[in-house]
Design a protein around this ligand. Structure first.
Ligand SMILES: N[C@@H](CCC(=O)N[C@@H](CS)C(=O)NCC(=O)O)C(=O)O
Length: 237
């Protein structure tokens, strides 16, 4: 039975799962779920993910949500997955788990916090706030510093590795969402983090052509999101 992947290509964790399925060459069906249209709240989708979030998968009767759990499942469920993605050595594997956990409460939270007050105001249940954006940016910078100075200290990829793992897939999709920021904001935030910028390029090359394929919608919608932010800023001033 074909694996079903429920996802929205504008969602960072959805892109991570999609990209990884493509990298592994898995035979799967992409089942689009439009977050902005509230499709994660339909009874049909709640039966797949009671948490009403994308991504989720259904592998026959087996259903799973949470992108990191899905990435690990894919590594274990399909034979012959290269150990670079999910090392078999306990210490190496544990390091990958550690940074995946770190991601949820640090990089993800801070990136989403900033985007909800800038590019993704349409998803924010509260009115956008400049102060909230500034606070979120400060926290995001802490996450980027940690990636630059700790996670990329000893290698081209996260955790000092010479090839990407599932952690790189997850992190890079999160970082790419920040491409929706206005160009000057993006440049100001990222310019001090040379290793992070190089790592994005290295991960892009190592996962080509799937990287650009799953980010196509994001690239296409970047202009629209930037114009929307600019208009909101002009109105607020
Ligand atoms: N920790 C989850 C995060 C999933 C998540 O936050 N998905 C967002 C899209 S990026 C979503 O489905 N939001 C729908 C909603 O909250 O209504 C994962 O890694 O899978």
């Amino acid at each position: 039975m074909t694996l079903k992947v429920y996802c929205d290509r504008m969602s960072e964790p959805s892109r991570a799962v999609l990209m990884f399925c493509k990298i592994l060459g898995i035979d799967f069906e992409e089942c689009p779920v439009d977050v902005l249209k509230g499709q994660t709240y339909t009874p049909e989708y709640i039966a797949i993910n009671p948490n009403s979030k994308v991504p989720a998968i259904a592998d026959g009767e087996f259903k799973l949500y949470e992108s990191h759990a899905i990435l690990i499942y894919l590594c274990c469920a399909y034979p012959g997955v290269a150990s670079q993605w999910y090392p078999s050595d306990l210490f190496e594997r544990s390091k990958i788990h550690s940074v995946l956990d770190w991601h949820h409460t640090n990089l993800r939270r801070t990136a989403v916090g900033l985007l909800l007050n800038t590019a993704l105001v349409a998803l924010n249940p509260r009115p956008p706030s400049r102060q909230a954006a500034e606070e979120a940016e400060k926290l995001l910078l802490k996450s980027l510093s940690f990636i630059e100075n700790v996670l990329l200290k000893d290698g081209r990829f996260l955790c000092g590795r010479s090839q990407p793992s599932i952690a790189d897939i997850s992190f890079v999709c999160e970082i790419m969402e920040l491409e929706l920021l206005l160009q000057e904001d993006h440049d100001r935030i990222f310019s001090p983090y040379k290793k992070v910028l190089q790592w994005v390029e290295d991960t892009k090359s190592a996962t080509a052509p799937h990287f650009d394929d799953v980010h196509r919608d994001l690239y296409d919608q970047q202009k629209g999101y930037r114009e929307m932010q600019q208009q909101k800023l002009e109105k607020a001033n």
